[in-house]
Design a protein around this ligand. Sequence first.
Ligand code: TYM
Length: 337
Amino acid sequence: MEEQAKRKTVLSGIQPTSNLTLGNYLGALKNFVAMQQDFDSYYMVADMHAITVRQESARLRRRSIETLALFLACGIDPEKSTLFIQSHVPEHAMLTWVLSCNAYMGELNRMTQFKDKSARHADNINAGLFTYPVLMAADILLYQAHLIPVGADQKQHVELTRNLAERFNRAYGDTFVVPEPYIPKVGARIMSLQDPTSKMSKSDPNPNGFIAMLDDPDAIRRKLRRAVTDCEGCVTEDDSGRPGVYNLLTICSACSGSPVQEVSRELCGQGCGALKDRTADAVIAVLEPIQREYGRLLGDKQYLTDTLRQGAEKAGRTAQKTLRKVYHKVGFDSVKA
Ligand code: TYM
């Protein structure tokens, strides 16, 4: 029991916008599963974040459940972790308001994801897109999380969260744990298969650029065979300066568990075709069992609904505790709370 009380807390989330990619798995989900053994873990489907870009409601609802099923299929165990959908816990929106009043326009303006997304959705640069990192800070701070497993692209948002937590603590006295990002050594930034200088992304209009977690083995092999490498045919002992080859080595390493140098050494002198085949084998070995379990879980709607209900209750209890403290500190009347 005492052991339990000392465990640190982990929180992370993934947007349910479309098929998750191998990048989401290697940068985030894989670590969610590993970390639940040693931490008090909260993992959420970030549906509130998803509506910063216009969504079709029935589709978003379905995707949220499917994303939850994928979390479970990867090995997140609802007995060990609290699994929930963000919008089921209203405290996220409530804390966001308080934090918004402590966030500066200037610091939000510097967020690179805001700049990228506004460029991509120039017809819908809404205020939510701008304040999105504040909602993310609320997600983290509500659960007093110590560690945030994310890919490299989310590091800036976790840093903003740290700044907001420290600012609030200075103004109102110790309230929030100041979190740290947890970014994996291998897999923090999986690149597009078609343009290895940009991130693999689920919103890439070219499906050959990414491997979806639900792609079948033939599609995985085909996409990897078409992956852009470079014209020097062979794998060498050090390919860190060759973005396309290095991306495949990283994927192969992260999926097989062998260090990059070991994969390089084994394939040294062989053509890129051999590396592509080896990578496809490693990716399929990881994704196939997840896909089988995902299919099974989707057939068990009752289990998914029960898991969500329990998750929302558990997450809600923790979130309410923090929010009550915050409301009191900022001077809101507690009669109703
Ligand atoms: P999202 O949904 O864009 O991505 C989910 C996670 O996947 C990681 N990721 C990648 N990692 C490596 N290589 C890639 N190509 C790649 N693409 C995506 C992301 O870094 C992320 O960890 N705002 C977040 C979701 C969120 C969240 C939170 C995360 C909402 N609240 C609180 C942590 C804590 C997002 O949009 O991630």
